[in-house]
Design a protein around this ligand. Sequence first.
Ligand code: ATP
Ligand code: MG
Length: 393
Amino acid sequence: MKEIILVKYGEIILKGGNRPKFEKKLLDNIRNSMKNVAKINMYMAQATVYIEPEEEDKIDIICERLCKIFGIVTVCKAAICEKNMDSIKKTAVEYCRDELLPGKKFKVEAKRSDKAFPLNSVQLAIDVGGYIHENVEGLLVDVHNPEVTVQVEVRDHNAFVYCREKRMMGQGGMPIGTGGKATLLLSGGIDSPVAGHMIAKRGIEIDAVNFFSFPYTSERAKEKVIELASIIARYTSKINLYIVPFTDIQLAIKDNCPEEHLTLIMRRFMMKISEIIASKNGSQALITGESAGQVASQTLAALHVTNSVCTMPVLRPLIGMDKTEIIERSQKIDAFETSILPYEDCCTVFTPRHPATNPKLYAIEKSESKLDVDRLIEEAVNGVEKICVFPKL
Ligand code: ATP
Ligand code: MG
């Protein structure tokens, strides 16, 4: 039996006059993500993308890929059949046979966009439902609480049949590239990859910046960050990762500033340098994995101190989330196992024993004034290494 994939998208439908632009982007993103995976034929009609694999055995890997593309709400394999009742009924029984088991409650739902088809959608559902009931033993009809829903769609050239419960959930959100671009401060931890994924979900392209303190942080720690970027890239296609040499800045802070201000001054450098990189690469915002009150540098007073060095909006999608919620999301996007690998991060190496939790901006600025901030920033920016990271297979 010939199969096709039906892809349904959500919020794009609400885009009014801009809808075609969003739909085109979604198709482009699907086409791009199938490069090196499978050859497909694809068309769009009635808020559905129809995807036919050129090789049948690639259908599952294609579905798996589709489930990672933002903008897609559901992905479903369906049987294609001729647009006549005989063929629709036989296909329904055959294609959904594994689900239509004795004792199961089922119903049929039908949609008809071809208004010339002799039966309307209610008649279609009753007719196909009757046939299934007669031809599969032990089934119970239940239109309110079905365990199996056989879905029939009659479209322009063909009809499609599938079992609704077998649909796979996509990511939702908006197609990448429809919402501008932002730069993610990506550490090696649990939080920042989740933050990047959440913002990318809104259609925003992502670049990433990592602050790296060689030799205090090892080459393996760098590989871990690249790996995390490649996990995020599964959802965004490609990520430019900027590695910033941070050792000189950290040593200068450590040698010249009071210990309780170390983290905040360090974070102010991170924000400022990220903003410079972000404006060069065409980003309109920064993203961090900060969550209110998680650590001393994430109290509201601390956020005020770090935020005040940049003028770009700073997106903090995790701000109101608990660690357990963040971990759940991290597991869902498959980043968790990598995030918990035990390599040191540049922050952990220079962490003060008693960081300030209620810092005053003027006090931090005074401590910072001992440093040649402009020169340190310039040198760090000049030493940036750019790595183009592709999706992890
Ligand atoms: P994460 O769990 O993402 O590592 P964290 O728990 O380490 O965050 P902090 O060290 O306070 O928390 O960092 C807060 C945010 O600052 C991170 O979520 C990230 O966006 C950014 N950040 C921290 N360290 C780095 C780094 N070495 N490179 C880039 N960004 C960083
Ligand atoms: Mg954190």
